[in-house]
Write a protein that binds this ligand. Structure first.
Ligand SMILES: [Zn+2]
Ligand SMILES: [Zn+2]
Ligand SMILES: [Zn+2]
Length: 304
């Protein structure tokens, strides 16, 4: 659900979604809605700055002649008895300046005739001030008609996303079960405090005690199209700092030949999964190959 907030980019934010998606939460929610994972519900219609789209705008009255906002609102009084009309402030001490008589009962001997504005800069007197919206961020004023209309939505998880989440949870269960059978203790997510003091987060870690040696394998899923050489180098640095014994990467859907060469050089095991649904199976299969063929030293030593 959106919440108005002056210091955010669009003038509103999604506090709950930000916990998961960070500062770009609004854009992520839109992407997910476009992908059918979230349902949009109309929340409100707002006017926004035509320049930056922020709805954090306020209404201001301007002088029609000189555009100043330094204008004063005045109540207009008519003394019915003598017909004198003037701003309230001219009826000093409750007396009519024209005939000198006292104003007694509103609606009987005197009436309010509405309001009038006076510009304190150019002294112009007028009935209707120009209404403009003001965006403090851009320091920009614009007419309401020039404002952009923005529809705010709240978002709800669809059944499709629920199913996807179920599948993901099921995959975790599946991976846990299989890796446990292979003698490893799985942890999701794999959070490791590195030698540098930096805390690294991996998709998971799998730990086993073999003799006196604690063997920790870090496993990551890389899903942004083709995995690059830089992605592998960064992962390598994090794994070394984490004191990992081995690294396994599931690339969705594929890894570039260059990145594969880098991975081979550093002893990082790679497997590819065509999509996220296939991750669990691919991961378990490769992991089993690696631990069941120790003579091939599929996992090269890290930090030992
Ligand atoms: Zn703006
Ligand atoms: Zn003026
Ligand atoms: Zn009078």
């Amino acid at each position: 659900v959106p919440e108005l907030s002056a210091d955010s980019r669009y003038g509103y934010r999604y506090p709950i979604a930000e916990k998961y998606f960070g500062a770009q939460a609004r854009d992520t929610l839109e992407e997910m809605a476009n992908a059918g994972l979230l349902e949009r519900h109309f929340y409100s219609k707002e006017l926004s700055c035509p320049k930056c789209g922020s709805i954090n705008v306020s209404m201001r009255f301007h002088c029609p002649k000189c555009d100043s906002t330094n204008i004063k609102r005045k109540k207009i009084i008519e003394h019915v008895v003598c017909g004198f009309v003037a701003p309230e402030e001219e009826f000093k001490e409750g007396k009519c300046p024209k005939c000198g008589r006292e104003l007694k009962r509103m609606g009987v001997d005197y009436v309010e005739q509405g309001v009038q504005f006076q510009c304190q800069d150019c002294k112009d007197v007028f009935q209707t001030p120009v209404q403009k919206l003001y965006d403090p961020k851009d320091n920009e004023s614009f007419l309401p008609l020039d404002a952009k209309e923005v529809s705010l939505f709240s978002y709800k998880v669809t059944t499709k996303l629920e199913e996807e989440l179920q599948k993901a949870l099921f995959q975790k269960d599946y991976i846990s079960k299989k890796l446990t059978e292979l003698g490893f203790a799985p942890t999701f997510p794999g959070t490791v405090k590195g030698k540098s003091g930096i805390v690294h987060e991996f998709f998971m870690t799998a730990t086993a005690h073999i003799g006196f040696v604690k063997t920790k394998i870090v496993i990551d899923i890389m899903g942004n199209g083709r995995v690059s050489e830089e992605d592998i180098l960064k992962l390598y640095a994090r794994a070394v700092d984490s004191g990992a014994y081995g690294v396994l990467v599931v690339a969705v859907p594929s890894i570039s030949p260059g990145a594969r060469r880098v991975a081979d050089t550093y002893g990082i095991a790679i497997t590819e999964a065509p999509d996220f649904q296939a991750v669990g199976e691919a991961l378990v299969k490769r992991f089993a190959e690696l631990v069941e063929t120790p003579e091939e030293r599929m996992f090269k030593m890290f930090g030992t």
